[in-house]
Design a binder for this molecule. Structure first.
Ligand SMILES: Nc1nc2c(c(=O)[nH]1)N[C@H]1C(S)=C(S)[C@@H](COP(=O)(O)O)O[C@H]1N2
Ligand SMILES: [Mo]
Length: 315
């Protein structure tokens, strides 16, 4: 199918949701290509052929300009604008993910091959950062469970550990002077969380391959947890019987935990988690505030994973 080329319009002049949905109507079929709304860092962006999924939310999409310029990716710097400004040297392809540990079929997999093997779905998810801001993002990717099935987890595997690439020559936040966290950035999920259909390995957003600043070429998206669980630019996934360390818990255990499920009833020690600032929307005083929902609005799907657990303790 030939790629649809949208007319040239400046991103400030469009309403992304309308344009995005109109384009889907235009194409009509179950698959659709990609569009270019935003110019920065687009040299390597490629259109993805994606299939719709049942996972969507009826809320206004955060404009692509905000999704790609307001980022947390400490490997490129601490300020929200640093990743977009400083990730230009990063080379997301070619790329492999090593999957090892308690599996019958460990392997090192080429991301482009995985993107051909598994259908790329569109998933519109809310994303809630522990810093009390949020977005609504149309991701493209495949379920983490698809990759886990491929390597055949052993019965002893209880957790899944993830690791981000270390490349100080391409990631200025990893180089000497600008050192902030201990690299590599690491994260983890319990096995049942990792196998949950909502847990996504994202390879794109808004119908194109991921910009470097959003975690190219592949990052985790776990929409019922705080954003820091969504580890970017993953090079290794290890199945294990031990609860993995995660970077923010190790860095500041008084403030961050392993589970990190979105919970408006448990405040961060330094701020309330009851509401969130929706990036890209304006209210009377700056960005508009939305109430934060238990499990970020995904309680019906995931609350049963935590039956009997004290959610205040496992913050
Ligand atoms: N490797 C790595 N992954 C990371 C981070 C990071 O600094 N390094 N930041 C996390 C945080 S705090 C958030 S909120 C999300 C932000 O994703 P986005 O910039 O694509 O919105 O990425 C998460 N993944
Ligand atoms: Mo975050």
């Amino acid at each position: 199918m030939p790629a649809y080329r949208p007319p040239k319009i400046r991103s400030s002049e469009i309403t992304p949701r309308e344009v995005y949905l109109k384009r889907r109507e235009f194409l009509g079929a179950a698959t659709f290509g990609a569009m270019t709304l935003y110019g920065a860092g687009k040299a390597s962006a490629a259109a993805l052929t994606t299939v719709r999924s049942k996972y969507t939310v009826d809320e206004k999409l955060t404009p692509i300009k905000d999704v790609t310029t307001y980022n947390n990716f400490y490997e490129f710097g601490l300020d929200k604008g640093d990743p977009a400004a400083l990730a230009g040297k990063f080379k997301p392809l070619p790329w492999t993910i090593k999957v090892d540990g308690m599996v019958n079929k460990p392997g090192t997999f080429d991301i482009e091959a995985l993107m051909k093997e598994f259908p790329i779905e569109e998933r519109v998810y809310r994303m809630r950062c522990v810093e009390a801001w949020s977005m609504v993002i149309p991701w493209n990717g495949f379920p983490l469970a698809s990759l886990l099935d491929k390597v055949e987890p052993q019965g002893s595997a209880k957790y899944v550990a993830f690791e981000t690439v270390v490349r100080p020559e391409e990631m200025p936040g990893q180089a000497g002077l600008f050192q902030s966290l201990n690299w590599p950035y690491v994260e983890g999920l319990r096995m049942d969380e990792a196998r949950h259909p909502l847990a996504l390995l994202a390879v794109g957003l808004y119908g194109e391959t991921l910009p470097n600043q959003n975690g190219a070429p592949v990052r985790l998206v776990v929409p019922w947890k705080y954003g820091f669980k969504g580890i970017k630019s993953i090079v290794r996934i290890t199945l294990t019987d031990q609860q993995p360390k995660n970077t923010w818990q190790v860095t500041n255990p008084q403030e961050y935990g392993f589970y990190a499920n979105v919970n408006p009833a448990v405040d961060h020690p330094r701020w309330s988690q009851a509401t969130e600032r929706r990036i890209g929307e304006s209210g009377f005083f700056g960005a508009s505030r939305h109430p934060t929902l238990p499990f970020n609005g995904y309680a019906d799907e995931v609350a049963s994973l935590y039956d009997g657990m004290d959610l205040r303790v496992n913050f």
